[in-house]
Unconditional design. Structure first.
Lengths: 194, 194
DNA sequence: TTGATTTCTTAATCTAGTTCAAGTTTTTTA
DNA sequence: TAAAAAACTTGAACTAGATTAAGAAATCAA
């Protein structure tokens, strides 16, 4: 399947588009192959693009004032990512985005969004549903960060994303869980000897 | 202004509705006066209603397995709240909602949503924008919980919500910041003597 | 393929924030 | 308006997780 076909199939879970609408949409997109380590967005830049992952894995992260990286989100196949606030307001991004493995992404520029909504209002519905689901995930993450210990969060992570566990380094998982790599190592050791 | 007028005025920031559309929308709503302490949703129930705060303040929180409360969100005037996942899937709610002070809310039932979207598609746009903004806030909260110390989070909170600081108890602010009331008390003492 | 770099592990020491407990102030209720 | 309940404060003891450091294992680059 081509990337165009992949994203259209993905959309069909949420909205039904006719051929003309599909074509209009895919006409706004560009496919990009992204090598491992490539930066798609740097903190401080203005975010002009939204990324839809066809395959591979991206990370969205910030670097705090002590130089520590904090991974806010991993984005695997069929996930969208960008710095939404920066993209909407055209102000400098708080987040950086890069590829953790070789990836294939579709690019949808923010500047095309109002045109898309005007031409195919079904995309208002699509993004309404997409964002609705994203909010549910964010609530869950906030809840789990408040209720669970580091070990519990790690176990949830391995259950929820068994594939990610293989794909990305422990250092990155630790960053996502908001603990140090050293402490994650101890947690894993403890779990293994149980 | 009546509650109907208030919510219509609020909507006009995002979408332009004619009289007929306004009327259709307000016809789906009910106004409710909520006394301090009233439970609008209990963890475990199925969430059937969405609340829009006209005035007052609600809290959305969970109770963990140790019986500790964690406040996920405060909702003041012009904020929406509900347990979105429960409402969308009609499964038991993870969150509870109650009123921290006497409040006035508009109620929009989940079961009316598809009808609303069908009759007035502009509401797809409205909720798309609403959810978009909510995601921006969630990202910011996640980032701050990862990057900042308890004291820094408290200072941000007081800057961002100076009014809430007056309105709700320190116990609740501590819960929102994910620290104990004792530790918040110490932070405040430290700040005061500086 | 080897040397360099990065990642992971282990252990000692440290600290931000928790827990427990007791006293004080404020708010609620009858 | 008095008494009960809830919220806030303070301090001592504790702990989950951080920091530092050094070695081992894995990965990468030439």
């Amino acid at each position: 399947m081509t990337p165009d076909e992949r994203i259209v199939q993905y959309l069909s879970r949420y909205i039904k588009l006719d051929k003309k609408e599909q074509h209009f949409f895919t006409g706004l997109l560009e496919n990009q192959e992204v090598k491992k380590g490539t930066h798609l967005l740097q903190q401080g830049e203005i975010c002009r693009l939204q990324y839809f992952v066809i395959e591979g894995c991206l990370r969205t992260y910030t670097v705090d004032e002590h130089g520590l990286e904090h991974i806010i989100q991993f984005s695997q196949a069929n996930w969208w990512t960008s710095d939404l606030y920066s993209g909407l307001t055209q102000t400098p991004a708080e987040h950086s985005i890069d590829a953790l493995v070789h990836s294939s992404v579709m690019i949808l520029p923010f500047e095309k969004m109002e045109w898309l909504y005007a031409e195919v209002p079904k995309f208002e519905r699509f993004f309404r549903i997409l964002y609705q689901n994203a909010i549910v995930s964010h609530f869950r993450r906030t809840r789990e960060s408040m209720e669970l210990t580091a070990e519990e969060r790690y176990l949830r992570f391995t259950e929820r994303y068994p594939d990610l566990q293989q794909l990305v380094s422990q250092k990155h998982i630790a960053s996502y869980l908001n603990i140090t790599p050293e402490f994650l190592s101890k947690i894993r050791n403890k779990i293994a000897h149980r």
